[in-house]
Ligand binder design. Structure first.
Ligand SMILES: [Zn+2]
Ligand SMILES: [Zn+2]
Length: 462
C-alpha cells in the first residue's frame, strides 16, 4: 500500500451504522469508481485486500491512514465511526469468518430509502432486516446472480440492474425470534446476543464435534444458515427447545445404533455432554416464539473426518475422545492402542498409521455387544465375599497390584485366556463387567514366568 498523490475529490462522511466496506464502496462510487477493485488500484492495492476491511486489524489501520490523507478527514474521526464494527470483530478474534465480506448482503427496501450498506447486514448472525421484516439477500431475486462489490449495488442488482425501488415485499414468514431480539438490542447487549448465537451454532442432533467450532465450516456446510442461526438462538433462550433437543438426540442415536434394549450407554455418552449443555444452556424461561424443532442442518456438518464419512448414516455417529474414554472407562492412550490393534472398532488413518480417530457410538455399541456375548453371567447371590473376589473393568488401580490393566486383560479375554463376567441383565455399562481376581493373579504369574523364560534361554532346554 502506498500513499496516493491524488487526493479524493469527494469525501462523504460515514453514516450511523454503515459498514466499513460499504463506506469505502460509497466513497469509490462518489469519486467515479463503480468497481471497488479499480478504486483500490489508485492506492496501489492489487492483492486480494480482505483484511483491510476487517475493522481493527493492522491492515485496516494502514488503509484508514491512506484514506484519511487522501480525504483530509482525521483518521481518529473516521475510525470512531466504526468502533462498534471493531467490537463485533473481536467476537471472533478479527476473523473474516463471521462476516460476509466476499459477497455483500442487503435489504433492498433499506437501499431504496437510503443508499448506504448497513453494518448489521454483513454479520453472519443477521439474516433479516428488522425494520422491514424482510430477508437479507446476497443474490438477486430477479436474475439469481450473487451481488458483487460494485457501486451499482446502491440502486439495484449489480448484474441485471433491477432497481430496488421496483422491489415489492414478498410474503415472508414472521421475523424469527433471533432477528427480532438482535434488531431490538444495541451496544453491549447486541454483542452478547451475537456471542451467544455463535456459541450455540455447533449444536445439533449429532454428538458434539470439535471440528465444527470453526465458523468457516458453518458457512461452508450449513445449507440453511437462517434456520441454523434461529435454532442456535432458541437453544440459548428456551428450556423447552433444549429439553426437546436432548430427547431427540437420544432417539436419533438409539435408532442409528439399533440399541433397543440397552439405553444406559447412550445415556452415559450424553452425560458427558451435560457439562457442555450446562455451560451454554438456556438462560431464560420467558421465551415467546414458536420454537423450532431440533434439526440436522446437513449431514456434512459436525463430522470431524469428512473425507472418511461421506454418507449420512456414518457421518452422524461421531464422538469425542472424552466421551469414548468415559464410556469405556479407559485412558485415551489405552483406547488408542486398542483401536490400533484392531480390537476396538475405530478408524486408523491410512496415510499416517500412528494417528487414530475416536470411535463412533456405533463402534462402541458393537464392541459392547461382542464383549457381552463372551462374558459369563456373574452370580452374586447374597455373597459379599464372592463380590470381593472380582475386580471391576476399568479399576486399573486394583489391577496394577497384579501388574495388569484393563486394556491388557481385554486382549486376554478376546484370546480366551481370561474370563470376563457380566451382570445377567442387558441394561448395564462397561464398568459393570468384571474379572475374577483369582484368574488375574494366575495370568500375572504366567506372564512373569514367560518373561523369565524369554530372558533365560538356557532354561528353555530344561
Ligand atoms: Zn430494510
Ligand atoms: Zn439481478
Amino acid at each position: 500500500m502506498k500513499k496516493t498523490k491524488n487526493p479524493l475529490l469527494f469525501y462523504p462522511m460515514p453514516k450511523e451504522g454503515e459498514s466499513f466496506k460499504g463506506y469505502i464502496l460509497r466513497l469509490a462510487n462518489r469519486n467515479g469508481f463503480t468497481e471497488l477493485k479499480r478504486f483500490l488500484y489508485i492506492f496501489r492495492i492489487i492483492q486480494l485486500p480482505k483484511r483491510i476491511f476487517i475493522v481493527g486489524t493492522d491492515e485496516y489501520y494502514k488503509f484508514l491512514n491512506i484514506i484519511s490523507e487522501s480525504s483530509n478527514v482525521q483518521q481518529d474521526k473516521l475510525d470512531a465511526f466504526f468502533a462498534f464494527e471493531k467490537e463485533v470483530q473481536t467476537i471472533d478474534d478479527f476473523s473474516s469468518e463471521h462476516v460476509h465480506l466476499d459477497t455483500p448482503q442487503i435489504c433492498p427496501f433499506c437501499l431504496a430509502e437510503d443508499q448506504y450498506l448497513k453494518r448489521d447486514w454483513q454479520s453472519l448472525y443477521f439474516t433479516h432486516c428488522y425494520k422491514h421484516e424482510s430477508k437479507l439477500w446476497d443474490r438477486c431475486l430477479n436474475c439469481k446472480k450473487s451481488f458483487v462489490w460494485d457501486g451499482k449495488l446502491f440502486v439495484g442488482c449489480t448484474n441485471c440492474n433491477f432497481k430496488w425501488s421496483h422491489f415489492r415485499p414478498l410474503a415472508d414468514a414472521p421475523l424469527p425470534a433471533s432477528q427480532k431480539s438482535l434488531g431490538e438490542a444495541s451496544g453491549e447487549c447486541k454483542l452478547n446476543l451475537m456471542q451467544i448465537i455463535k456459541q450455540h451454532l455447533k449444536f445439533g442432533l449429532r454428538p458434539f464435534d470439535a471440528s465444527f467450532q470453526n465458523l468457516r465450516d458453518i458457512k461452508k456446510y450449513v445449507l440453511n444458515l437462517e434456520q441454523h442461526i434461529e435454532f442456535a438462538y432458541q437453544l440459548a433462550h428456551s428450556k423447552e427447545v433444549l429439553t426437546e433437543l436432548r430427547k431427540a438426540r437420544k432417539e436419533h442415536w438409539q435408532k442409528k445404533t439399533f440399541m433397543t434394549e440397552n439405553l444406559a450407554i447412550l445415556e452415559q455418552v450424553e452425560a458427558v455432554n451435560d457439562k457442555w449443555f450446562n455451560q451454554v444452556g438456556a438462560k431464560t424461561e420467558n421465551f415467546i416464539s414458536a420454537p423450532t424443532t431440533p434439526k440436522e442442518a446437513t449431514h456434512m456438518v459436525l463430522t470431524a473426518h469428512r473425507r472418511l464419512n461421506v454418507d449420512e448414516d456414518k457421518a452422524c455417529l461421531e464422538l469425542l475422545w472424552e466421551q469414548v474414554c468415559s464410556v469405556l472407562n479407559l485412558s485415551e492412550k489405552h483406547v488408542k492402542d486398542l483401536i490400533k490393534q484392531a480390537i476396538l472398532p475405530g478408524r486408523m488413518h491410512k496415510n499416517s498409521p500412528k494417528k487414530v480417530s475416536p470411535c463412533r457410538i456405533d463402534d462402541l455399541v458393537l464392541f459392547y455387544k461382542i464383549i457381552k456375548k463372551i462374558a459369563k453371567p456373574l452370580e452374586l447371590k447374597n455373597d459379599a465375599i464372592q463380590y470381593k473376589s472380582y475386580i471391576a473393568w476399568g479399576n486399573d488401580r486394583a489391577l496394577a497390584k497384579h501388574k495388569l490393566n484393563t486394556k491388557k486383560l481385554v486382549e486376554y479375554v478376546l484370546s480366551g485366556d481370561v474370563s470376563l463376567f457380566a451382570p445377567d441383565h442387558d441394561e448395564h455399562l462397561f464398568d459393570d463387567f468384571c474379572f475374577c481376581e483369582e484368574e488375574v493373579r494366575k495370568i500375572n504369574l504366567l506372564q512373569s514366568q514367560n518373561l523369565h523364560l524369554e530372558n533365560s534361554p538356557n532354561q528353555r532346554c530344561a
